[in-house]
Design a protein around this ligand. Structure first.
Ligand code: GTP
Ligand code: MG
Ligand code: ZN
Length: 307
């Protein structure tokens, strides 16, 4: 029996789509594997490296095993709180896609993405899309400096005019990037501009949603011209932190560090304590209020996932 190593490009019930010499193949997941690991929504996820074989009797490819993941982006499953929804695995970059208008930017969601990516040392790229909808003055008011300080690469794009797309293409060349973000921010529009190769047709990705918007229904790995992969995923409203501790959350807010020595308690949560360097710094405008608000909300409600 010949074993073949390949990658998961799409997930369906009981089977995955993968490819062999640039040809799409369907791979059945045996029930024994599906039921073996109940900590995740699916046994495998998009981007997983898998080993498959062709079964002559049933005339189909069967999954033998999944390889250990280099990393993953996961969240609490919005429907089953005790399991993980692993959005994608084995990625080089997390592309956090936001729309500069319609829908409004959620900085809390951005922080949640970065906290999740930091757990696996995944670098983040913040893509500010729909640049045609705001003026330069409005852009100047956006509180982006803090994200630059965190090492997040920022791109300003417009899929209508193509502005900023070449720079983004150049940056992501040869890499595997997951595009995630709220519904309607332009993830699929961006993917379409990357000249996807034959593995997936991008026109299949979108269907007209009820609101008249194109809505992506499932996560797909797409091979792009010039090398590399993009993973398009359905829009989400909330990212419930999966396997993230209070320490992980605290260590993300690096701008709080200089003020911690003024906290009375070494385990200060910076939420209600009366002698707290962080709360004092927020009052003195030494820490940005929106970042503190994000911290407070995330710490109080880490696990809420919303589709
Ligand atoms: N003005 C403007 N509209 C854009 C831009 N990019 C995308 N859009 C529009 O925004 C809407 C949503 O775009 P999509 O690419 O489907 O968004 P998405 O993030 O894939 O959405 P989901 O699949 O629901 O998560 C579409 O009507 C696009 O035409 C842009 O740069 N400027
Ligand atoms: Mg989409
Ligand atoms: Zn404190």
């Amino acid at each position: 029996m010949e074993f073949i190593q390949t990658k998961v490009t799409e997930i369906h019930r009981g089977e995955v789509i993968s490819f062999l010499d640039d040809k799409k193949i369907k791979v059945k997941i045996p029930g024994t594997l599906l039921n073996s690991d109940k900590t995740e929504r699916n046994y495998v996820t998009v981007g997983d490296d898998i080993v498959v074989y062709y079964d002559n009797k049933s005339k189909c490819y069967i999954l033998k095993e999944k390889k250990e993941r280099k990393n993953q982006i996961s969240r609490v499953d919005p429907f089953l709180k005790h399991i993980s929804h692993v959005i994608a695995a084995n990625i080089d970059y997390l592309g956090i896609v936001v729309s500069l208008k319609e829908p409004e930017i959620s900085y809390e969601l951005i922080d949640r993405y970065i906290i999740t990516a930091e757990k696996y040392n995944i670098d983040c790229v913040l893509i500010l899309n729909k640049s045609d909808l705001i003026t330069d003055e409005e852009l100047d008011y956006l509180p982006l400096g803090i994200y630059e300080d965190l090492g997040v690469e920022i791109f300003l794009t417009c899929t209508l005019t193509g502005d900023g797309i070449d720079d983004l293409k150049e940056f992501l060349k040869g890499k595997t990037t997951l595009f995630s973000g709220q519904s309607g921010c332009g993830k699929s529009s961006l993917v379409n501009l990357f000249e996807p190769e034959i593995v997936q047709k991008t026109s299949e990705i979108s269907e007209k949603g009820q609101s008249g918007r194109h809505t992506t229904r499932s996560t797909k790995l797409i091979k792009i011209k010039g090398g590399g992969y993009l993973i398009d995923s359905p829009g989400i409203q909330g990212l419930g932190l999966d396997n993230i501790t209070e320490i992980d959350i605290k260590s993300h807010y690096r701008e709080f560090y200089p003020f911690l020595e003024k906290c009375k308690y070494s385990n200060c949560t910076h939420t209600h304590e009366n002698i707290c360097g962080v709360i004092e710094a927020v009052k003195n405008n030494e820490i940005e209020e929106f970042r503190y608000a994000n911290y407070y909300n995330i710490l109080s409600n880490p696990n809420i996932s919303i589709d």
